[in-house]
Each structure stands twice: as C-alpha cells, then as structure tokens.
Design a protein around this ligand. Structure first.
Ligand code: F6R
Length: 256
C-alpha cells in the first residue's frame, strides 16, 4: 500500500488523476472501476481536464461502477447513473456501450448481480478500481460487518450512511434503504486500487483502514492485504495517521 498525503483536496485530486492517466496511457483498453460520492469529484474533474487539454483518450476504456441504489431509475437526480453521466461520462469520449453501472431497477437483483460478476470477468477483470471511504469505514456499500470475501449483491444501508447521503436528497426519507454493491472480494480482485479521501470527517476511518486491525467492522481495512493499493489523502484525512508517508508518487521509482 502506498499512502500519499497532499496538502489540499485539489492536490490530492491531481495526484490521483496522474495515477489513473498513467495507467490509461499504458493500457488504452483499461478496465476502470468507478466510484460516486463527493471524494472522487476532483479526480473526475482532473480526468476531464486531461481529456480536453491533453487528449487523454477514453474511447477504448470499459467501466464498472461500484454500486447503485435499489429502486432509483437511471434518470433520477440522485441515482449513481445520473451522477456518473453528469460528473464524468458526458465530458469525456467514453463509449457508452462499455459503461456498466449496477441496475437499481433490475427485476431479478440476484440474477443481475451474478451477471455483473460474470461480465467483469469476461471483460478481463478490473485493472484499476477507484474507491472512496465512508466515515464508518465502508467501501462501495459494504457496510461494517460485510463479509471480506463478499461478491456483488444487495446490501441494507446503515442508518448513518443514509443520514450521510441525505444531504443529496430533498427529503431524508427518500434515501433508499438498499443498494446493489460490488462485494469486498470483488473489489480486492481488481489489479490496482486507488482510494481517495479528504476532510477531517474521514480521519478516523482512514486511521482504521490504513493502520488499524483488518476487520469486517472496517471493510476498508482489507486494502492492507491488497498487493497494489494507493491511498491518496489530504492533510485533514491523514491527520490521525501515526506512520510516515510520502507526499508524491514517482512512477518506476517507488510504488508502495
Ligand atoms: C460510492 C461509494 C461509497 C462512497 C463513500 C464516501 O460509489 O462507493 O463508498 O465512496 O460513501 O462518500 P463521499 O465521497 O461522498 O464521502
């Protein structure tokens, strides 16, 4: 695991963007795992900038999103489908046929989850998975207590997660109770992970994930077992870490 601590959110977003762009330039057919939420917004803005200003090419990229709320149609303003198109897809040259987001309206959710797993494998597996982290240590919607070997499935959201996400809904009761989410095991199968986090609200979760014991009660702590994980933080998110970490990533010089 390579932990990179930058001073500001803008700098962490640029650094994370640099890593993603490097992987994409090395492999134009990259299979990219994507997250929603506020944490990767700066990273997505950086990818859009690199596409516009430097011609970063997404035309051969395949994407798989981590999760989606159950019961929200793709055009709902708070669905993760909507989020991804607004904040990334419509600004880059990704081929819509290669975009995959869990279907929150699937009639048979179990069959959909099985297909999602199979299709990730058919596409060659995820090369690089972008992650955020919940204040409770969740990754994707794998809430505390999730099996560390879990695969894509339906999960019940914790009250605290629904509260945290209520800021995006006009009425807190509208926050769905369930989500389809890649499992912890699915995420761990990605060849590389890049987790981004900012702000003091994430400091405890980052401490638990990076330096705490590996436990299902902090699903993000499993990334300590991953062979190629980047954790890119701002000073606030890193403020409770006691180890010493780097402030930059130099390709081929050191990785983790
Ligand atoms: C969303 C996701 C979630 C978020 C986490 C943090 O696809 O996977 O695990 O990454 O809830 O959300 P933000 O970034 O909004 O603090």
């Amino acid at each position: 695991m390579l932990v990179i601590v930058k001073d500001t959110y803008e700098e962490l977003s640029r650094e994370a963007g640099r890593i993603v762009a490097d992987r994409l330039r090395m492999k134009p057919t990259l299979v990219l795992g994507l997250a929603t939420g506020s944490s990767p917004l700066g990273l997505y803005r950086e990818l859009i900038r690199l596409h516009r200003e430097e011609g970063l090419d997404f035309s051969k990229v395949t994407t798989f999103n981590l999760d989606e709320y159950v019961g929200l149609p793709p055009d709902h303003g708070q669905s993760y489908h909507y989020f991804m198109f607004e904040n990334l897809f419509k600004h880059i040259n990704v081929d819509r046929r290669y975009i995959h987001i869990p279907q929150g309206m699937a009639g048979d959710i179990d069959a959909f989850c099985e297909w999602y797993e199979k299709h990730i494998t058919e596409c060659g597996g995820i090369d690089l998975q972008i992650l955020g982290i919940g204040p409770n240590g969740h990754i994707a919607f794998n809430e505390p207590g999730s099996s560390l070997g879990s695969r894509t499935r339906i999960k019940t959201l914790m009250g605290t997660t629904r509260q945290a996400n209520a800021r995006f809904f006009s009425n807190p009761d509208e926050v769905p109770k369930y989500a389809i989410t890649m499992g912890v095991g699915t995420i761990m199968d990605a060849r590389e992970l890049i987790l981004v986090a900012n702000g003091t609200g994430k400091a405890d979760a980052i401490r638990a994930a990076v330096e705490g014991p590996i436990t299902a009660m902090c699903p993000a702590s499993i990334i300590q077992m991953h062979r190629k994980a980047f954790v890119v933080l701002d000073g606030d998110a890193a403020s409770k870490l006691v180890g010493s970490y780097t402030d930059t990533w130099e390709p081929k010089v050191f990785e983790r």
